[in-house]
Design a protein around this ligand. Structure first.
Ligand code: UDP
Length: 261
């Protein structure tokens, strides 16, 4: 990414199983464009989230309303390809790190919310070393008692940061960001397990696993207790093959009618 020029947003919206996803020539430029346009929400879409959106209308509505939906997973890229749309996979963790670099270079104020307390501590230590000029104005781990959240939210929205990363897991992080981002000038983005990787407590799949499109297998082997989540993947592939990749979620069909691309 050329961090000295934002470039045009250059963004076209498509749908995978009725869930929107944007094709952009340069995702980082498009993300910076969200800030230039007055702020908004970025969602990073993979097969698992696509399936979650099909059974969770609130999540589906958040993705529909997002300013930028990035093709984060190989499954989404594959489903788009079946429609004749060729995009590169844009892992959310890489986009998020690009945005941090941009934020440092452009003196953006940054807030980080989520992950375990020790992860947040280690992440801040790493950022102090690697991004020493970063204006980190707010950081909070994600395991607060329920009654502590309203105060935290008020403090955060008062700060109105340029960039807010939320690591609370899907769909909570997307719903939370959507609720708080209104009237805010910044970019809000759910980053899943990125803080754990940046802090060094979890490993990202190696390049070869990404190339073979088996990153999910690597993650599964790291956390086999989450096997249930991976059932969404064959279901996704099956749904795309049987129904065609653009089909809308059944629950939204009646309300929104047929969408013509
Ligand atoms: N997380 C959190 N509070 C919670 C649940 C999760 O801060 O109540 C954090 C968790 O520690 C991790 C991140 O959210 O850093 C993403 O969690 P997970 O890997 O489960 O999310 P997903 O795979 O859905 O993105």
């Amino acid at each position: 990414m050329d961090i000295t020029s934002a470039g045009p947003r250059d963004q076209r919206r498509f749908h995978v199983l009725g869930v929107p996803v944007d094709a952009c020539r340069d995702v980082s430029a498009a993300a910076i464009g969200v800030h230039a346009d007055g702020g908004g929400q970025i969602v990073t879409l993979n097969a698992e989230m696509t399936m979650a959106a099909r059974s969770n209308p609130r999540l589906a509505a958040v993705i529909d309303g997002a300013d930028l939906v990035v093709p984060d997973g190989a499954g989404v890229v594959w489903a788009l390809r079946l429609q004749g749309v060729r995009v590169r996979r844009s892992p959310g963790i890489e986009l998020a790190w690009d945005l941090l670099r941009y934020a440092e270079a452009h003196r953006w104020s940054v807030a980080l919310v989520g992950a375990a307390p020790n992860v947040m501590e280690r992440l801040k230590e790493r950022l102090m070393v690697e991004r020493p000029e970063l204006r980190l104005v707010f950081s909070q781990h994600g395991y607060l008692a329920e009654d502590a959240w309203p105060g935290l939210e008020a403090q955060l929205t008062e700060l109105n940061p340029d960039l807010v990363f939320v690591a609370l897991g899907v769909p909570r992080q997307e719903l939370w960001a959507q609720r708080l981002k209104s009237n805010q000038a910044g970019v809000w983005m759910g980053v899943g397990g990125s803080f754990d990787v940046w802090a060094g407590t979890k490993q990202r799949a190696p390049q070869w696993a990404s190339r073979l499109q088996i990153e999910w297998l690597y993650r599964f082997l790291q956390e086999p207790s989450r096997w249930r989540r991976y059932l969404a993947l064959p279901h996704f592939v099956w749904s795309v093959l049987v129904n065609g990749s653009q089909q809308r979620p059944a629950k939204q069909k009646q309300a929104k009618g047929r969408r013509v691309e």
